[in-house]
Unconditional design. Sequence first.
Length: 339
Amino acid sequence: MKSVMVTAPNTTEIVEVPEPTAGPRDVLVRIRACGICGSDHMYTMYGGIPPRQGATPLGHEPAGEIVFVGDEVTDAAVGDHVVINPMAASDGIIGSGGAQGAFSPLVVLFDAVAGTHFRVIPNEIPFEVAALNEPMAVARHAVNRSGAKAGEKAVVFGAGPIGLGALLSLKAKGVEHVVVIDILPTRLEKALAIGADAVINSAEEDVKARLIELHGEAPPVVGIRDARPATDVYLDAAGAPVVPTTVFGLVKQGARLVIPAVHKKPVEVDFGGLLTTEISIIMSMGYPTEIFEVTDDLIANWRKYRLIISDRFDIADVQRALEVAATPGAADKVMVTLD
């Protein structure tokens, strides 16, 4: 069968690989959709991931249909539609340094356990939407790290896939009011369609003044002389240095900043100036426990999640899909479908 693989720095190829075989404790999944992540481009830039540098299979946001169930596997049947936990694979993380990638017709889950390696989903959920499960788990982990709860007010910087996923997770947790901030009007329109209570175009509006207008003014405290918005949680899904700098200049005392975004440049921080704010700066990576926690909300609100997808490609055009996804500003969430 054919699989997409990083074969050298800045080079991906469609190569022939052996079709996987499954045993009595395994599940074989026919991949029906797989999203493209920003890390796929990073892997390609570096020529893959050791020890498979030069031969790294791609694709770690999969959804598919079970085509074989081993005799010793329970809670699974041929024909079930599933989302997959790529990090649980015993032969390495699927599409992220493991032996298999999901830009392939088939993936085998060794020693498969329902709720650990896969989760069955309703057949009505489109495969392309189901394939959002993995990146949405990244967003859910960031929201979990924030400690956001019902009645609080939150801000999400960046209306890309992770930012929109965070918006949906914040609303699922009952957060009272969520503002999404970006500089692209089309992204802000999508955020409103998905469920943002308000949006701010930071290229045109005064972020601090608008947040005070939307979230009210925080009570005054010693050491902070200017008016501050009563926002409880800030989430940086943009990865631009201006985001934390902006937050540091307007946080109320005790607010939290969660950063799931990858910052490629250092950010200067005046900890002396931040002392009286008692801000909590929280980093967030991956999804230690959230891979199937987010699935219930995705099932319940799949039509909203579907709006996150910006571009769709057939697997025959996967090279073009990877190029589009790697081009800044060309697309938000690229999904590849397999027949």
